[in-house]
Design a protein around this ligand. Structure first.
Ligand code: ADP
Ligand code: TRP
Length: 334
């Protein structure tokens, strides 16, 4: 029996951060040991916000390099760029015909933006383009094109995968056969929402991220900016309500967590000390990966080669899905 398929995508919008790593990349790479893994760079999703050519191309390389530096082996995992698979856009048009407009109204990326507009006294659709409004349809095309069983993502993407499953269900029902595989989102409870420097969800849109591969000096400076309360060094502190510890525990084993907790509770540990501990564990976790990342970014010819090979393989799978849909629907037949 062939393996089940795991698929996920990351947008090339700025630098990949530790929320992306823990929410998506790390679990996706673990899953790639058992699943047929298909991971990609969602550049057409980024186009909704990224309008600078250089930024788009550098972030695209950055996402590809982050995957590989984090351990993705392109011989084992299919790595490709969304825009290299034009079948995605045909499928997206197909899906539009089966997508309830109400679903788009309720999809959180659009809903959050229009709610914020209204709260700011602006028109609900101010600054909303159709790419943002129909975002879940393009994402559904990414997923359904590749016969996906599971989608490793952070919690913010759960609703999009559910919308995708719903659209696929309508199509299967309409044609009376299992044309499209129904996907399920997969999340890790510990890391489904990683907090950022200010204690809110870590996100590029909140400008509170810790990028994965920063030079150590910059990384340390950023870690020192994590928001804490104003307790003195001598006071005992509560690890469970602390933004520094919230991140530390995602990297430390049980023993190290217990040790640091005890030091918090004993008093005498200043915020600077706690942040230094976090900085050190981040360095331990990412220093070797950062070297690999820097090497890949210094000469992008290897990334170009991997993405070109990925594109060829991805299109083979994609055209089979499109062929199936065209045949079942009578589209393109004489
Ligand atoms: P951002 O929200 O920073 O723009 P993306 O939308 O590109 O990041 O997210 C790429 C992947 O990383 C998605 O699977 C998303 O769910 C996951 N992710 C993003 N931020 C976090 C976070 N703070 N915690 C857990 N997962 C996250
Ligand atoms: N929408 C995802 C995000 O904002 C990125 C993405 C695009 C994606 N297509 C996908 C994730 C398909 C999983 C599967 O992070």
């Amino acid at each position: 029996m062939s393996k089940k398929v795991s698929l996920t995508g990351i947008k090339p919008t700025g630098q990949v951060h530790i929320g992306n790593y823990l929410g998506a990349i790390k679990q996706a790479l673990q899953l790639s040991e058992k699943y047929d893994a298909r991971y990609f760079i969602a550049d057409y999703h980024a186009l909704n916000t990224v309008r600078d050519k250089e930024e788009m191309s550098q972030s695209t390389y950055g996402v590809a390099a982050s995957w590989i530096a984090s351990g993705l082996d392109p011989e084992q995992v299919l790595l490709y760029r969304q825009s290299d698979v034009p079948e995605t856009f045909e499928l997206s048009t197909f899906l539009m015909a089966f997508t309830a407009k109400g679903h788009m109204n309720r999809a959180h990326a659009y809903k959050d933006k229009s709610a914020k507009n209204q709260a700011d006294g602006k028109d609900a659709d101010f600054g909303v383009n159709m790419g943002l409004y129909t975002y879940p349809v393009l994402m559904a095309a990414d997923i359904l094109l590749f016969d996906t069983d599971i989608v490793p993502v952070g919690k913010d993407q759960k609703q999009h995968v559910e919308i995708c499953a719903d659209i696929a269900g309508s199509i299967n029902h309409c044609y009376g056969e299992e044309l499209l595989r129904i996907p399920t989102p997969v999340m890790n409870e510990m890391t489904e929402t990683v907090t950022g420097l200010d204690g809110r969800k870590m996100s590029k849109s909140y400008d509170n991220t810790i990028p994965l591969f920063m030079p150590p000096k910059k990384l340390r400076k950023l870690v020192m900016k994590i928001v804490t309360n104003s307790q003195d060094m001598e006071e005992p502190k509560d690890p469970d309500t602390c933004n520094v510890f919230a991140l530390y525990k995602l990297f430390a084993d049980e023993q190290r967590q217990e040790d640091l907790k005890a030091r918090y509770r004993a008093g005498g540990l200043g915020w600077g000390h706690a942040k230094q501990e976090l900085f050190e564990i981040l360095e331990e976790t990412f220093a070797a990966k950062r070297d690999k990342y820097d090497e890949l970014m210094a000469d992008t010819s290897y990334l170009d080669k991997v993405l070109a090979e990925g594109a060829t393989k991805a299109r083979e799978i994609a055209s089979a899905t499109i062929g199936r849909l065209r045949k079942a629907s009578g589209i393109g037949s004489l």
